[in-house]
Write a protein that binds this ligand. Structure first.
Ligand SMILES: C[S@@+](CC[C@H](N)C(=O)[O-])C[C@H]1O[C@@H](n2cnc3c(N)ncnc32)[C@H](O)[C@@H]1O
Length: 273
C-alpha cells in the first residue's frame, strides 16, 4: 500500500482517528516549544487595525486563535481547512475562548481558495505545506489572495531531518524514514521554497531555523510517535511487530530518561512584490 499522509487525507479518516488528530493539534499548540516558535513570527503577520490575515490549513484553528488572542491583535483572523470536523472544532474552541468575533473559519481547499485576489494583508501556513498534494499550487493561491506588499509566512519542519534515537542504527534509520514517509507528503519542501518563491512573485525577507530537540523525556515527539507510528503499519512500510517493538523501545527510553529525538523547523517571511 502507498503511504498516505493522514493530514492530506483527513476527510477519509474515521471519527476515532480524527478525534485523535484534534487532540494532538491542540496539545501541540500548547507545547511551550511550539508556542515559542509561533510567537517568534506572530508579530510579522499582525495586519494592524481592521486588517485581515488568513491561515491556510488552520486545522482546529490553534494558531489562528493564538494570533487572535494576542493583546496587540486588532484585525480579523480567518482560517481555512479542508476538514469539516476540524473547522467545527475551531469554531467551538473560539466560542469557548470568547474570541469568536475576532476569527472566522471556513471549509476549503488550499489548492483553490474561495477568496478574491488581494483580499488579505497577511497570509500564513503553519505546518501545512509539508502535507498538501501540490505545494506549488498552494503557494500560488496564497500569493493570489495576498495584497501586493502584503506578508506571507510559512512555518514547517524539514522532516527529512526528523530522527529518533535507537541502539540499532540501521533499524533506527529505517524507522525514521518509515515514520516520515507515512506522515508527510512533502518532507523536503522547506529546502525547495527559497528557490521557488521568486517564481511566484515573492521576495524572501527573513528566514531562520530552529532545532526542536527532546533529550531525556519526550513531550512533542512522544505525542508525534504515538499518533503516527500506526500509519507506518497501515502504509505497509514496516511489519507491525517491528513497529510495535521500536515504539516500545521509544517509550521505555522516555520512562528511563534516556530518550532522544530531534527535527529542524524553518520560518520564512516573504513579501508579495
Ligand atoms: C499539521 S495540521 C496543521 C494545522 C494548524 N495549522 C496547526 O498548526 O495547528 C495540517 C492541516 O492541513 C490541512 N490540510 C491538508 N491539506 C489541505 C488542503 N489541500 N486544503 C486545506 N487544508 C489542508 C489538514 O486538514 C490539517 O488540518
Amino acid at each position: 500500500m502507498v503511504a498516505r499522509d493522514p493530514h492530506r487525507f483527513v476527510n477519509e479518516l474515521d471519527k476515532t482517528a480524527v478525534d485523535r488528530l484534534v487532540a494532538r493539534l491542540e496539545s501541540r499548540a500548547k507545547d511551550k516549544v511550539f508556542t515559542r516558535l509561533f510567537d517568534k513570527y506572530a508579530d510579522r503577520i499582525n495586519p494592524g487595525p481592521s486588517g485581515r490575515v488568513l491561515e491556510v490549513g488552520c486545522g482546529t484553528g490553534a494558531t489562528t486563535r493564538a494570533l487572535a488572542r494576542r493583546g496587540v491583535f486588532s484585525g480579523k483572523a480567518v482560517g481555512v481547512d479542508q476538514s469539516v470536523h476540524f473547522i467545527q472544532a475551531a469554531r467551538q474552541f473560539a466560542l469557548d475562548e470568547g474570541i469568536a468575533r475576532k476569527v472566522d473559519f471556513h471549509v476549503g481547499d488550499a489548492h483553490g481558495l474561495d477568496f478574491p485576489d488581494g483580499s488579505f494583508d497577511a497570509v500564513f501556513a503553519h505546518t501545512l505545506i509539508s502535507h498538501v498534494t501540490d505545494p506549488a499550487a498552494v503557494l500560488r493561491e496564497m500569493v493570489r489572495v495576498l495584497r501586493p506588499g502584503g506578508t506571507l509566512a510559512i512555518f514547517d519542519g524539514d522532516y527529512a531531518s526528523m530522527t529518533y534515537g535507537h541502539p540499532d542504527h540501521e533499524l533506527g534509520h529505517k524507522m525514521d524514514v518509515a515514520l516520515v514517509t507515512a506522515s508527510f507528503n512533502n518532507p523536503r519542501i522547506m529546502r525547495d521554497l527559497p528557490r521557488l518563491m521568486p517564481d511566484f512573485g515573492l521576495k524572501l525577507q527573513e528566514a531562520w531555523g530552529d532545532a526542536v530537540v527532546e533529550v531525556g523525556s519526550g513531550s512533542y515527539f512522544k505525542s508525534f510517535v504515538e499518533t503516527y507510528a500506526p500509519y507506518i503499519i497501515k502504509a505497509g512500510l514496516a511489519p507491525a511487530d517491528t513497529v510495535d517493538t521500536w515504539l516500545a523501545a521509544q517509550q521505555e527510553s522516555m520512562a528511563a530518561g534516556t530518550f532522544f529525538a530531534a527535527c529542524t523547523y524553518y520560518t520564512y517571511i516573504a513579501q508579495r512584490c
